[in-house]
Design a protein around this ligand. Structure first.
Ligand SMILES: Cc1cc2nc3c(=O)[nH]c(=O)nc-3n(C[C@H](O)[C@H](O)[C@H](O)COP(=O)(O)OP(=O)(O)OC[C@H]3O[C@@H](n4cnc5c(N)ncnc54)[C@H](O)[C@@H]3O)c2cc1C
Length: 207
């Protein structure tokens, strides 16, 4: 089937390869499972996550210097995501969810932090991760979040509640956004990487 818009973008052979990989994976692996996953309401097909990791799809958006596929341009990312979501939107988003976690680490992290938290995402058995911004009373207005980060000696204590966090039931690691001072709005917001077994962290029932 011709794709005139894609042709106009002048994509490279490598970009086409990733898009084809996503299309084939969606047809062979995602679409046959989509109905059953929908009917099960809150089940996530973690075996498909394992398969996507082995094909390189789960880390296609992570820079090559950390072992990922190196597809960092937005156009290709969108086209790959489109193919996966043609299989099923929920599953498509699950399979590329490392990108949610990786982006703030790439934007805000030191080189050592990037090595520590991105490298594991590019192995054959990566951890599932999550990004936690939204709160029960703060969605679009992300600068208004109320989760507090208070410095206590050489560490921070976080207190607050998040909502709508994709992968929360399974994530081994979260990027959590919190504010050191709500009156500062966006300038008070900072981010923390938190492991699932951190004392005090609880995850509620899936929505
Ligand atoms: C399937 C799913 C997965 C999600 N995964 C995550 C996740 O992994 N991590 C995470 O942090 N969050 C996640 N979210 C939350 C998502 O980011 C929020 O739902 C989103 O930010 C919108 O916030 P809200 O639902 O509170 O809507 P609101 O902010 O209350 O907005 C409600 C409506 O008002 C409109 N509106 C809001 N403000 C304005 C304005 N100033 N001017 C005009 N119109 C406005 C909006 O466009 C919308 O139509 C997820 C949500 C869904 C549905």
């Amino acid at each position: 089937m011709p794709f005139p818009v894609r042709d106009a973008l002048g994509l490279s052979a490598e970009q086409h390869d990733f898009i084809r990989l996503a299309r084939d994976f969606a047809a062979a692996e995602i679409r046959p499972r989509a109905r059953a996953v929908d009917d099960a309401q809150t089940e996530s097909p973690l075996d498909l996550w394992d398969k996507a990791a082995r094909t390189g799809l789960a880390a296609f958006m992570i820079p090559a210097e950390f072992g990922g596929g190196g597809v960092t341009d937005m156009v290709t990312q969108v086209l790959v995501q489109q193919e996966l979501c043609h299989g099923d939107i929920g599953i498509g988003n699950l399979l590329t969810s490392s990108g949610f976690f990786a982006d703030p680490v790439l934007e805000l992290g030191t080189q050592a932090q990037k090595e520590r938290w991105l490298r594991p995402l590019t192995t054959d058995t990566p951890p599932l991760t999550a990004l936690a911004v939204t709160e029960p009373d703060h969605g679009s207005d992300a600068a208004g979040i109320r989760t507090r980060a208070v410095r206590d000696g050489d560490h921070y204590v976080l207190s607050g509640q998040k909502a709508w966090i994709s992968n929360a039931p399974y994530a081994q690691r979260f990027v959590v956004f919190a504010t050191v001072d709500p009156s500062l709005r966006a300038r008070g917001v900072t981010a923390f990487v938190i492991d699932r077994d951190t004392p005090g962290l609880t995850v509620g029932k899936p929505m």
